[in-house]
Design a protein around this ligand. Structure first.
Ligand code: DQA
Length: 150
């Protein structure tokens, strides 16, 4: 049985992938992306959670922390990335490593997207590789060396 657990946490509007601005976010649905992760990383047990709600996102993060046993969290916080101090504080409040991912390159879009209030408290950021950003996020978590702090 697998001992590596990773939570893939998606925020507002990511439920609309496939239909939502496909020229920006691609044609894969969130279900497609999740399925491909399971296929690509058979050694990992994934938990997937998407919510339109900021509070539910915080609660899921705390649940993951309290349950224990998670190697890390791949987080696409959607627009919460740009303004949610509550999410930033929640990430600071947990010890489980969080990797920030985005399908689009948030630095090559509108000015307001160039600010992430969560990057500083995440292990790192992956942005601009479409669905592959999630795969790279999982790889980043698998490669984290817990004995070497940055
Ligand atoms: C996003 C980028 C955000 O600016 C946007 O609000 C999203 C998706 C991305 O994956 O590219 O909802 O996080």
């Amino acid at each position: 049985m697998s001992t590596i657990s990773i939570l893939v946490l998606n925020g507002p509007n990511l439920s609309r992938l496939g239909k939502r601005e496909p020229e920006v976010y691609g044609r894969r649905t969130l279900g497609d992306i999740n399925r491909e992760l399971v296929e690509s990383f058979p050694e990992v047990t994934f938990e997937f959670f998407q919510t339109e709600d900021e509070g539910a996102m915080l609660e899921k993060l705390f649940h993951c922390e309290d349950k224990g046993g998670f190697r890390g969290v791949v987080l696409n916080a959607g627009a919460l990335t740009h303004y949610s101090i509550a999410l930033r504080d929640a990430i600071s409040a947990v010890t489980v490593p969080v990797v920030e991912v985005h399908l689009s390159n948030i630095y090559a879009r509108e000015e307001f997207r160039r600010t992430s209030v969560i990057s500083e408290v995440c292990q790192g950021v992956i942005s601009g590789f479409g669905a592959n950003s999630y795969h790279l996020g999982v790889r980043a978590i698998l490669g984290l060396n817990h004995s070497t702090q940055p």
